[in-house]
Design a protein around this ligand. Structure first.
Ligand code: NI
Length: 175
């Protein structure tokens, strides 16, 4: 049994959120402990997804649970995930735990196929649509150093970034 801990969520402006994360070379005890902490932190927030850079760890690890822990079998823990197929488009409002109080509607694929490794090192594959497809894209963007803001139209992006820079400068987030 590990000692699970809530980790502080890193906010927009921290370099760890804006640079690509490294692939996990070896799924050892450090990685499984990291994933435990990520799940706890996601549920406590509460949120439906979290990527390791959001707790300051620049590794390609994501967790997603659309039920926020309410339904068994919904929790997805994926190491080195990548989108291997994408088709169509959807646009829905998204938020992010690293930009509390802000939202936007980036264009996402309607359907994706995502591959990655589970904590036993086995390859896992998910075909996803709707909210789950958006969640995969959002979290995989995080490990590529991208936030939903970066996928908005230039006008909306610039407007939002002006507000975000002010928040980051004063470290005054609506939580
Ligand atoms: Ni996010």
């Amino acid at each position: 049994m590990g000692l699970m801990a809530l980790r502080p969520i890193v906010k927009w402006g921290d370099p760890v959120l804006h640079s690509p994360a490294a692939s996990v070379a070896d799924i050892d005890g450090t990685v499984t402990a990291l994933v435990d902490d990520m799940v706890q932190t996601m549920y406590a927030a509460p949120g439906i997804g979290l990527a390791a850079p959001q707790i300051g760890i620049p590794l390609r690890v994501i967790v997603i649970d659309l039920s926020v822990g309410e339904e068994k079998g919904q929790l997805i823990k994926l190491v080195n995930p990548e989108i291997v197929e994408r088709e169509g488009e959807q646009r829905q409002e998204e938020g992010c735990l690293s930009l509390p109080g802000f939202g936007g509607t980036p264009t996402r694929p309607a359907r994706v196929v995502v591959k990655g490794l589970d904590l036993e090192g086995n390859e896992r594959s998910y075909a996803a649509t709707d909210l789950l497809a958006r969640a995969f894209c959002h979290e995989i963007d995080h490990i590529d150093g991208l936030l939903f803001v970066d996928r908005l139209s230039p006008l909306k992006r610039d407007l939002l970034k002006r507000k975000l820079r002010k928040k980051a400068r004063t470290n005054d987030w609506d939580e």
